[in-house]
Design a protein around this ligand. Structure first.
Ligand code: BGC
Length: 901
């Protein structure tokens, strides 16, 4: 259900007027995308930013105009929706004009007013375009080539058609069970990879929209489709049984190409009985393992009109994978970065090993010349044996091949023997740094023969970290690499061994993701996957999507609390309650289920602090904490959504769980939980379990514990989320930094000084198991840099960074630090450096936002803003509190430079 006006927030400080001479609003987005096409939303969300960095800018009113003619809209008329001048400082509004119709381009702009009713200005005209909107609007048939699921080669499909009139515009809508590449007149359409995103195909099938106007030509045209298996037809066998998925089928698609002519008429070219099919040179493809391609089987021009397709076979008409065919509205996967090989070593006549110099998720492209029939095997891995060959023993452990025909992470390329040839997989990706190429006959390869492509959901960068400590900067970079390597339309654990949507890993990494990247579209899609997978009794599987595995193991609240934690964080970071609202009943069912199982308020359902250094905290403590987190989020969500009975009930439930945890685990005398391990102390602190009166005692015990551990961490996955934050939020920022910046075992820095370019699955680099080298589960440190050093946090009372909580920590041992985050309102900057005995702190608060700044000080410190001492409140800086060890100000928008002397 849509919420029409998403946020109503009022600034609470009296504001004085300033001269307004602003160019208006910029960065217009619809459904969090720039000028999207093919959206199904009935109330699409519209967002903008104010285009000024002046101080004290506040929007007091806005007017949104929507129409179908851009010129008319630019003149200030909205025939479809004119919101009228609406009071408020919201910059995220759900469309609520006339009903939107499918296949229609809408243009929109926003006018904004500032204080004293001064018009700030208008935006330029932006657009959004609706897609199919209702499954009944599809005209095409679902087709496949009629082979069964065991058939290996990928099928081609083609159709030719004539265009005689002048084209105004054309769109292709393609829904697929499996993966596809669409081409028109011999050219691939778009630059997406691995489309459509993985869903539970029998419950939700995605379609993708393309503007194909420029692909079509007068006269004869040809449209070609190559289908891959993806997760729809998992032929490889591993321990999660995707080969037995209930949805499994030979890949299939449905296509409508809607051509609008200059004369206003519309023609739709669709998939149907008149299409032809043939097997392609892609003789095997597995999303999990690799691809095999035999160039000798190529059919040049197969997707052009001139090709003779008369010998191709007829297609088979079949049922749709599901009845629920919806638009894919998100940042697609792309080959985002090109990574040339850093070196190559020839091991013998027929073996070369390429090194990309960094670990990535993605594919390699090989360029080679050789005799026809030469077979190249490209084995991708993260490590080398001492003899220089690729070692896959850390990543192939869950693979259960039934024969030799489908080697792990190994592409097989057979040459046709006509000059330079190249191959890059279509429907697979891998996790790797090294590629070992062996050939059946000697071929000459040089460093430039192989290139890596870093693939991931191409989410815009939203955050940056820079510091005077190169190890910290490298940790931040490696964290981002691991995060992106694990973002493929759903968050995964690792790109090689599993590619599974492990829930626990994803909620640990959610803040790291959202500080660094604009990922809302991916998480909205993934929470829809959650809703598809949830059982009536509220239970969720440990991996999502799943073919059925994971309802029985590893799916306790310490993992599957994604259902509450992810929507809550989306709300905090974007100020948008739509996902929270959409998942409300699911969170409730989930919490109710645990309540039924655990009437005492304690639960041992879960895995606990996974892959710890040496100490294992009790599962009951950590799982009960997550149960508490879910009940509290549910209570807060109920409050936000106006469900007061629920709010009361679940708040009381949260308190009951909190009390049960404290009664069993907290020694009130000593301020120690359990046996006082790092996770046992930091998790209750971070998640708000500790009674207010005992917080400083527990925090002091944590600090002592960490000191006794020689300022090194001793935690697993759950403790990494809480350790650094619990320290820096409770007066021990210097200790937190010490742990974060360690370069000896166990630490993030230990990986870095040993050459890591991604995060690992195990603190011990020489671990015998659980040692993927590209795991995001220890990735909270990425978010901690923004929070614990930059001090940037969303304010739950004014979410979406409408008010920013800014609490920088000038950690001992670090000279300079800067964090930036691109929020809904614009770019937030929190930057500090030491200069002699002074600290210079620069901050940028985006227009129409405010910040509550808390600066740590020492006795005798004075604070200046620019050259002026801050002694009393001004129009931009309101003093909230002054204490010996900290001051707190309320800042209006704008740039500030403070000096603490
Ligand atoms: C995954 C982890 C995951 C864990 C849970 C592992 O195999 O790679 O990241 O959270 O299983 O048991």
């Amino acid at each position: 259900m849509a919420i029409c006006v998403l946020i109503v927030v009022f600034s609470w400080f009296p504001l004085l007027s300033r001269a307004a001479n602003f160019p208006g609003a910029v960065s217009l987005k619809c459904e969090y995308l720039i000028n999207p096409i093919g959206i199904d939303a009935i109330h699409p969300r519209l967002a903008w930013q104010l285009n000024t960095d002046k101080r004290g800018v506040q929007q007091t009113a806005y007017r949104i105009l929507v129409g179908t003619d851009s010129v008319v809209v630019s003149k200030g008329e909205g025939s479809i929706w004119d919101s009228g001048e609406s009071k408020g400082d919201v910059q995220l509004v759900a469309y609520s004009g006339k009903s939107l119709t499918p296949f229609t381009k809408y243009f929109w702009l926003v006018e904004v007013w500032g204080r004293n009713h001064e018009k700030i200005g208008s935006s330029a005209v932006a657009s959004f375009e609706t897609g199919i909107m209702d499954s009944k609007n599809w005209q095409g048939a679902w087709i496949s080539d009629g082979h069964d699921v065991t058939r290996k080669p990928a099928p081609y499909f083609r159709k030719t058609f004539e265009i005689t009139k002048k084209i105004k515009s054309a769109r292709a809508y393609i829904a697929v069970g499996g993966l596809y590449e669409l081409s028109i007149n011999g050219k691939k359409v778009g630059n997406h990879r691995l489309d459509p995103m993985y869903t539970r195909f029998d419950r939700r099938t995605l379609y993708v929209t393309y503007d194909v106007t420029s692909h079509l030509q007068n006269g004869k045209n040809a449209v070609g489709v190559l289908l891959g298996n993806g997760w729809y037809n998992h032929q490889s066998t591993a321990v999660w049984y995707f080969h037995q998925a209930p949805w499994r089928g030979r890949p299939t698609f449905c296509l409508d190409m809607r051509i609008t002519y200059e004369d206003g008429s519309v023609e739709t070219v669709s998939s149907g009985a008149d299409w032809k099919t043939s097997l392609s040179p892609l003789i095997f493809n597995s999303i999990y393992t690799a691809e095999h391609y035999d160039a000798r089987l190529e059919q040049p021009g197969w997707n052009t009109a001139a090709f003779d397709g008369s010998k191709w076979n007829g297609i088979e008409l079949r049922a749709a994978p599901s009845q629920n065919i919806v638009a894919q509205v998100l940042h697609p996967i792309r080959n985002v970065e090109t990574i040339p090989a850093k070196s190559v070593k020839q091991l013998n006549d027929t073996t070369y090993v390429f090194d990309l110099g960094r670990n990535i998720a993605g594919v390699s492209r090989i360029q080679v010349k050789g005799p026809s029939g030469t077979v190249l095997r490209l084995k991708h891995g993260e490590r080398l044996y001492p003899n220089g060959h690729v070692d896959m023993s850390n990543i192939d452990v869950h693979y259960r091949p039934t024969d030799q025909s489908d080697p792990f992470q190994t592409d097989i390329f057979t040459l046709k023997g006509s000059g330079e040839e190249s191959f890059m997989p279509y429907f697979n990706y891998k996790g790797f740094q090294y590629v070992e190429v062996t050939s059946t006959t000697p071929v000459t390869l040089t460093q430039s023969s192989l290139t890596g492509y870093f693939m991931h959901s191409d989410v815009p960068v939203a955050g940056t970290i820079k510091s005077s400590n190169p190890v910290i900067d490298k940790i931040s970079w490696a964290t981002n690499n691991a995060y992106l390597s694990n973002l493929f339309g759903y968050p995964t654990d690792c790109p090689q061994r599993e590619k599974n949507g492990w829930t626990g890993d994803a909620h640990i990494a959610i803040e790291t993701g959202l500080y660094g990247f604009d990922g809302i579209t991916i998480y909205e899609k993934w929470l829809a996957d959650h809703r598809d997978e949830q059982q009536a009794n509220g239970v969720l599987p440990a991996i999502i999507p799943t073919s059925g595995w994971g309802y029985q193991w590893a799916n306790g609240p310490d993992w599957t609390s994604t259902i509450a934690i992810i929507p809550w964080n989306i709300y905090l970071f974007y100020g948008d309650p739509r996902l929270l609202n959409g998942c409300y009943d699911n969170i409730k069912r989930y919490v109710n289920h645990i309540e039924q199982m655990s009437p005492s308020g304690l639960t041992s359902w879960g895995l606990g602090d996974w892959v710890p250094v040496k100490s294992q905290s009790p599962v009951e403590l950590t799982s009960s904490i997550y149960y508490y987190v879910d009940a509290s989020i549910l209570a807060k969500a109920a409050n936000i959504l106006g469900k007061s009975d629920d709010a009361r009930y679940y708040q009381a439930l949260a308190t009951k769980i909190q009390n049960a945890i404290n009664a069993k685990y907290l020694n009130k005398e000593t301020g120690i939980y359990g046996s006082g391990l790092q996770t046992e102390l930091s998790a209750p602190l971070y998640w708000g379990i500790v009674p207010e009166s005992l917080k400083s005692k527990v925090a002091a015990n944590l600090a002592k514990r960490v000191e006794a551990d020689n300022f090194h961490l001793d935690v697993g996955l759950l403790g990494t989320k809480t350790l650094l934050n619990a320290l820096s939020e409770n007066g021990y920022a210097d200790i937190a930094y010490k742990v974060a910046a360690q370069e000896s075992y166990p630490s993030w820095g230990w990986w870095i000084v040993n050459g890591a370019t991604t995060l690992y699955e195990n603190w011990a680099i020489d671990a015998q198991s659980d040692i993927s080298l590209n795991h995001i589960m220890f990735g909270e440190i990425g978010a901690w840099l923004y929070k614990g050093l930059g001090g940037i946090k969303p304010d739950p009372k004014w979410p979406g960074f409408k008010n920013i909580l800014l609490t920088p920590h000038f950690a001992e041992g670090l000279n300079q630090f800067e964090a930036t985050h691109e929020s809904l309102y614009g770019k937030i900057v929190s930057s500090w450096k030491r200069s002699g005995k002074k600290i210079i702190y620069q901050v940028v608060v985006p227009s129409n936002a405010t910040a509550t700044l808390t600066l740590p000080i020492r006795k005798g410190n004075k604070i200046y803003e620019g050259r002026t001492p801050v002694k009393e409140s001004s129009q931009d800086i309101i003093i909230l509190s002054l204490a010996e060890n900290q001051v707190s100000y309320q800042l209006q928008s704008g740039k500030y430079q403070f000096e603490i002397r």
